[in-house]
Design a protein around this ligand. Sequence first.
Ligand SMILES: Nc1ncnc2c1ncn2[C@@H]1O[C@H](COP(=O)(O)OP(=O)(O)OP(=O)(O)O)[C@@H](O)[C@H]1O
Length: 363
Amino acid sequence: MSIEVRDIQKRFGRFTAVDGVNLHFPEGKLTALLGPSGSGKTTLLRMIAGLEQADSGMVLFNGEDTTHVHVSRRGVGFVFQHYALFKHMTVFDNVAFGLTVKPRRERPAKAEIENRVHRLLQLVQLEWTANRYPSQLSGGQRQRIALARALATEPRVLLLDEPFGALDAKVRTELRRWLRRLHDEIHVTSIFVTHDQEEAVDVADKIVIMNHGRIEQEGSPEEVYDNPASPFVFDFLGQVNRFYGHIRQGQAEIGDWTLPSPEHAEVANAPAVAYVRPHELEVHPDSDPATGVSLAATLADITSLGATIRLELVAPESQEPIYSELSKEAFVQLNIQTGDTVWLRPKKARVFLQPRQRAAQAA
Ligand SMILES: Nc1ncnc2c1ncn2[C@@H]1O[C@H](COP(=O)(O)OP(=O)(O)OP(=O)(O)O)[C@@H](O)[C@H]1O
């Protein structure tokens, strides 16, 4: 089932938690809502579920307005960060719960319930835990059971709110891979709230980045990572270097770099900042202005990250340390050491006006 939210808004007192959001969640896909704490992800998810009433706007399931459809009739399965399993029930009974509490007319026969629970436990690869109690499972196992329980009533939509947030890093990584494989099998339309960009990139078909109750950008993981639409998205999706300079008629002048910036062709002269990812920043032992190897920096530190080397550099065009990442072989060929002057060239850079200029331009 596809989901659409139209111009949805939610205020808590004078604070706007979700500010006029329009979004489409494609059928059968896994969409991540990604953003910092307080950006409105959970509030949006709860409005889709029907757990929170929007002040204005609509939530449509398969094109139909759900405003007056009660949460129990929406066909939504939930998994929350904190295991909501019933402690006094076995795993089997936990998974069966949603089916056993259905009204008599809709409740499957006992044998059918048993069958379905066993199939779900197989799906989450925990059949052997059927007679255990939640306290006898690890955190990761409990979340897999919570997922089996959410799927038992065959929901049309699965909503996951930081489902792995309380687990340690290694288990989180394992579980998100596992969730990705599981989703490839069951294809239920799913929305996954997270503030962890790696998790979103790893798991999702589509990523929606939220900030202050609004959408900053949406797209496939590749689209948002390779073409961030704003400085916020650049910062939020991984490490980035900032170089300061000016834009003059469609060209950014950053120290001795001249970078094309055609989207700012009409800007006569304004402070600007170029964003360059560490793996897209080349380091050379000698300058070559003809090919753009022209910004001088000092090599401050060298760190080995397994197969990759990270160089920490200092240059007047940046107020922070600059990082470049390259393979060990490429680094050995450079034959450089700490304290050397080196020369930089961006393989790819994105130039934005500095925030004050952006605000003036928007006004
Ligand atoms: N019931 C409520 N009453 C008042 N304010 C609320 C309520 N629920 C949420 N908020 C506020 O709305 C904003 C958005 O909250 P929300 O939980 O949607 O953010 P989030 O992006 O999911 O954050 P987190 O990752 O920390 O859960 C926050 O500033 C929060 O304090």
